[in-house]
Write a protein that binds this ligand. Structure first.
Ligand SMILES: [Zn+2]
Length: 273
């Protein structure tokens, strides 16, 4: 996949940049991402381990490559222009990967080798979902986009295992699709409650397809979380500020964050390194 991207990037840049200077290339993915070494340390949804993404893409584009995890990139975006500027924030990302990011006083917690926030393998009681880690019942294996799309296809709710089809069916009012969406929120709720109790943030932002596409289910999500914590989820838990285009925002953020961190480095951006 990276080889295909590398092959297409120089042409894409020539066609789209059209004389403008490109500050850098933002690359985001789920799982354990180490921006310092430019490596995806582990992404079990993709089956990646220790993939040197920066090195591979830098040699193809000659641009500064800014690598980050989805959860942390979007937490940064919320801090820069979203829900919690300068504050204490938890961001929970639930897509094909499940990751958390934590910010205190506007600074992201990174942990050793940028591993903080790895909650993909939290156990979900009652789940028997097989996980690539070798265990069963892990949060990511239970609630990922792929897991729910496959369940919806297996039970005949949708034709192909594609999460957008499940969301569209739920938006049309298909009761089985809606129930599957509610089940996903029920399974995510304990993880949200745990993060609220552990971190006690000013806001917990959830980036997750059901709550973004079916905002009418937010009260149900809040109710499920409230049953498991003394915190007030209806005040604290809100969906991503960036709507369905959230992944494009995620990729742009590490580039912009680097500019904010070190504006003088712009002088060298876009030139061969
Ligand atoms: Zn696992």
């Amino acid at each position: 996949m990276l080889r295909d991207i590398s092959a297409h990037l120089p042409g894409l840049l020539r066609r789209r940049a059209a004389g403008r200077s490109v500050l850098g290339l933002g690359v985001v993915t789920g799982g354990w991402v180490d921006p310092d070494s430019g490596t995806v340390v582990e992404n079990s949804a993709l089956g990646w381990r220790d993939v040197p993404v920066r090195r591979l893409l830098q040699s193809a584009t000659r641009l500064p490559i800014h690598l980050e995890g989805h959860a942390r990139a979007l937490a940064q975006a919320e801090l820069l222009f979203g829900a919690a500027r300068g504050g204490d924030l938890v961001h929970l990302f639930v897509g094909n990967a499940v990751d958390a990011a934590i910010a205190a006083g506007g600074t992201l917690l990174r942990g050793r080798r940028n591993a903080a926030g790895g909650i993909a393998h939290l156990p979900v009681p009652g789940s028997g979902a097989d996980c690539p880690c070798g265990g069963t019942g892990c949060l990511q294996a239970t609630v990922s986009d792929r897991a729910f799309a496959e369940r919806a296809a297996d039970t005949g709710i949708i034709a192909q295992p594609v999460i957008r089809q499940l969301l569209a069916a739920a938006q049309r009012g298909d009761p089985r699709a809606l129930e599957l969406c509610r089940e996903r929120l029920r399974l995510i709720a304990p993880a949200v409650a745990l993060l609220l109790d552990m971190i006690s943030p000013e806001v917990l932002v959830l980036t997750e397809a059901v709550s973004l596409s079916l905002p009418e289910l937010l009260p149900y999500l809040h109710e499920q979380i409230a049953a498991r914590t003394r915190q007030a989820p209806e005040q604290l838990v809100r969906p991503s500020s960036f709507g369905p285009e959230v992944l494009a925002v995620a990729a742009g953020t590490p580039v912009l964050a680097a500019v904010h961190r070190d504006p003088l480095a712009l002088r060298t951006a876009g030139t061969a390194r």
